[in-house]
Ligand binder design. Structure first.
Ligand code: TXA
Ligand code: MG
Length: 347
């Protein structure tokens, strides 16, 4: 899986990072676009490359969970419990920052997002970078787009704007980390992600809140109502409504792709304007393939994508969250009456 010359590539990456460069690297969730946390102008380049508003904070990635209090202070007991159980892993903790972290990293906030990724290349890179160093790294995509889960996706998103891309193949989890913040002693899930929610509840003995995401719009970029969006207009449909909707859109002359999960509609025939694609029925596998699948449909330039709603179950929460946001691009809702406007909006 990991190419033999990766160690020499990591040495080059470290040299670039130490001199203010940017390096995209694989994690178990999605690819990150990294810069040395302590170098404000390198961090600024990340915002420029991604066209990300300066108020949207970056996650700080480091290698050794026991270094948590080098980056954060006033750490509640629950945060240590989560770090111990889930790091390295797809968990980001939002905690009061230590003042040596430049404010540009945290979007001006006094809290910082912290994560120890579970990927051999990410960990090797962070270890080689050195003790008490870390990488500020958002997902390696243009702001608002679908996160990249392969090195080729990173190249599609960022081209030559990034100094180097480390290739670790496809990301295992394929969805971003679970983000947990704290209000006094209460843990709050700000973004569902790669950690199974029942495992979080177990570690915290049930003391965890899943707020309505509308309450958090603004501060967490991943909680903007529209985010994680492919270029193809996308609509979520119930299992029952899925094919009726496809036929309706086809009748308007549109080329439709349907992403199905259940087999309830399996006897319906495909035709040249209605293409079906079966997704895996296990949430973990579905999650690992979701972004690559959305990208593929963008390339095939369908007019619209209909996605069968995921089950309303905890294991599907992160997937449901991303699909809702992706289907929520203003002007891109598939409305048969003014479809031309919707198509124009995606250009
Ligand atoms: O899995 C992941 O989390 C990936 C990999 C690369 O680690 N990273 C990622 O980064 O998804 P990004 O920047 O695309 O999303 C991070 C989210 C953003 O929505 C950001 O606003 C939020 O974390 N965040 C970071 N620091 C925060 C803070 N201090 N307070 C609130 N939200 C914060
Ligand atoms: Mg992102």
């Amino acid at each position: 899986m990991i190419s033999p010359d990766i160690h020499s590539q990591i040495a080059v990456a470290v040299a670039l990072l130490r001199t203010g460069g940017t390096v995209a690297f694989p994690t178990e969730t999605v690819y990150g676009l990294g810069a040395d946390v302590s170098n404000s102008s390198a961090v600024q380049r990340i915002f420029d490359i991604k066209k990300r508003p300066a108020t949207h904070p970056l996650i700080v990635h480091f290698a050794d969970p026991s270094q948590l209090n080098h980056w954060a202070q006033e750490i509640p007991k629950q945060a240590w419990q989560l770090a111990e159980r889930f790091w390295p892993g797809p968990l980001t903790l939002i905690l009061p920052r230590r003042h040596h972290i430049p404010k540009i990293v945290t979007g001006g906030q006094d809290t910082v997002g912290l994560r120890v990724p579970d990927h051999p290349i990410a960990l090797a890179l962070l270890n080689a970078l050195g003790h008490e160093r870390a990488l500020a790294a958002p997902s390696a995509n243009q702001f608002g787009h679908v996160s990249p889960t392969t090195a080729a996706h990173v190249h599609e998103e960022l081209g030559d704007a990034v100094d180097m891309i480390l290739d670790g193949g496809a990301c295992r989890v394929g969805l971003e980390s679970t983000i947990v913040g704290f209000n006094d002693q209460t843990a709050i899930v700000l973004r569902p992600g790669g950690i199974p929610l029942d495992a979080l509840v177990e570690v915290l003995h049930g003391h965890v809140v899943f707020p309505d995401r509308k309450d958090h719009v603004g501060r967490v970029s991943g909680s903007l109502a529209s985010h994680y969006a492919p270029a193809t207009p996308l609509e979520l449909c119930s299992t029952e409504a899925l094919w009726r909707r496809a036929l309706e859109l086809e009748a308007k002359g549109l080329r439709v792709v349907i992403m199905e999960r259940s087999t309830q509609n399996r006897d319906r025939p495909e035709n040249k304007n209605i293409v079906r694609f079966f997704m895996p029925r296990e949430p973990d596998v579905y999650g690992s393939l979701l972004y690559a699948t959305l990208r593929r449909f963008d390339q095939e330039r369908f007019d619209c994508l209909l996605i069968e709603e995921p089950p309303d179950e905890p294991a599907w929460m992160a997937i449901a969250d991303r699909l809702q946001r992706a289907s929520c691009v203003p002007g891109c809702e598939i409305q048969t009456d003014d479809y031309d406007t919707a198509l124009a909006a995606r250009e």
